[in-house]
Design a protein around this ligand. Structure first.
Ligand code: IPE
Ligand code: IPE
Ligand code: MG
Ligand code: MG
Ligand code: MG
Length: 346
């Protein structure tokens, strides 16, 4: 495979109707880290599947992800994505909905193709994808519900991100394994790795929303607090401040953030209070803990790990049977990538 080719940007598309295919091109050629397909390909490789063969499944996941982003920006009223105007701002809401719909349809086409290229039974590919799509929509609905609900616990928030973010990462890992005929036990560990990584990834997303450099982040900083989103940071801050008598101002600020959202000139204040209350440190530790959990699940799931046997598409020629160097290098590569991706900057 040519090393610098971006197969998602190169996806074959019609030209007409331009109202549809222009924004679709805009989305697919607008950057993005391609994290999920790369994870899928790395897992597939660990299961001895050639990247070319796993490519349609990887593309299915990336195209689906792009669909969710286009609709997510409509739902969140977000102005920017990947450092450029969101589709519904560059065009309009109807165009954004249709663009998302087309991407969703293409994702399912690509998944059908994946069954053909890997020679894997298509059912074990379709089932996790369908379940993921349902869970992701449920997660998005919960996220919205939480915006207007007064009390949300950190536990409820974590359940919500398991759906809105973890399900897709879990599907990327699982499909990578399924392309190589992974056993149901390994598939389960791969899904768990995705859920743990989803938590790390989304908490990091919440953290970067407040701490990143706006230009490199590609979005205005403090957007979540302005929108009144109940992020990990805000939920922890509300817990912490109620245990802390001296911060009446901070309590009022956080309550307002949760109820109506803050004004742009209040973001610095909110960040300072969160830092003082140890909330930012808490978030960083949570990211590290969930990343470690994801690695542990991966170690179990990948060839040489404790789940499954040599017959389930693993270690076909005896490689990594003893959980040695090969296993470590696959987990090592994934761990390295996960570390990189946590920076998530453009
Ligand atoms: C953004 O995901 C959506 C979240 C789940 C937070 P990414 O940060 O992977 O988005 P791109 O594809 O690289 O833009
Ligand atoms: C994104 O959550 C989750 C999905 C798109 C399914 P966010 O709304 O937090 O993502 P960003 O911050 O807009 O990328
Ligand atoms: Mg959003
Ligand atoms: Mg959202
Ligand atoms: Mg976010």
């Amino acid at each position: 495979m040519p090393s610098r080719r971006d197969a998602a940007a190169d996806l074959e598309l019609r030209d007409e109707p331009a109202l549809l295919y222009e924004p679709v091109r805009y989305v697919l050629r607008g950057g993005g880290k391609r994290l999920r397909p790369v994870l899928l390909l790395l897992v597939a490789e660990a299961f001895e599947t050639e990247p070319e063969d796993a490519l349609p499944a990887a593309l299915a996941v990336e195209v689906f992800h792009n669909f969710t982003l286009v609709h997510d920006d409509v739902m969140d009223g977000a102005d920017q994505r990947r450092g450029r105007p969101a589709v519904h701002r560059r065009w309009d809401t109807g165009t954004a909905l249709l663009t998302g719909d087309l991407l969703l349809a293409r994702a399912y086409d690509l998944l059908a193709e994946a069954g053909e290229t890997t020679g894997a039974d298509p059912t074990p590919l379709m089932r996790p994808f369908r379940r993921m799509a349902r869970r992701l929509c449920e997660g998005q609905a919960l996220d919205k519900t939480f915006e207007t609900r007064e009390a949300v616990s950190v536990e409820e928030y974590l359940d919500m991100i398991d759906s809105k973010t973890g399900a897709l990462l879990g599907a990327a890992f699982e499909l990578g394994g399924r392309c190589g005929g992974a056993s149901p036990e390994r598939a389960e560990s791969l899904r768990e790795a995705g859920a743990a990584l989803g938590r790390a990834f989304q908490i990091q997303d919440d953290l970067l929303d407040l701490t990143a450099d706006s230009e490199r982040w590609g979005k205005p900083v403090g957007g979540d607090l302005q929108e009144g989103k109940k992020t990990f940071l805000l939920l922890r801050a509300r817990e912490r401040v109620s245990e802390d008598d001296v911060s009446a101002d901070a309590r009022a600020l956080f309550e307002r953030a949760a109820a109506d959202g803050l004004a742009p000139d209040e973001i610095d204040d909110a960040r300072r209070h969160m830092d003082r209350l140890g909330v930012l440190g808490d978030a960083r530790r949570a990211v590290a803990r969930h990343t470690d959990a994801a690695t542990a699940h991966l170690r179990r799931a990948l060839p040489g790990g404790e789940n499954g046997t040599a017959e389930d598409g693993v270690a076909k020629d005896g490689a990594a049977e003893d959980g040695s160097a090969e296993d470590d290098s696959a987990v090592g590569a994934l761990r390295w990538l996960i570390g990189k991706m946590q920076a998530r900057l453009h």
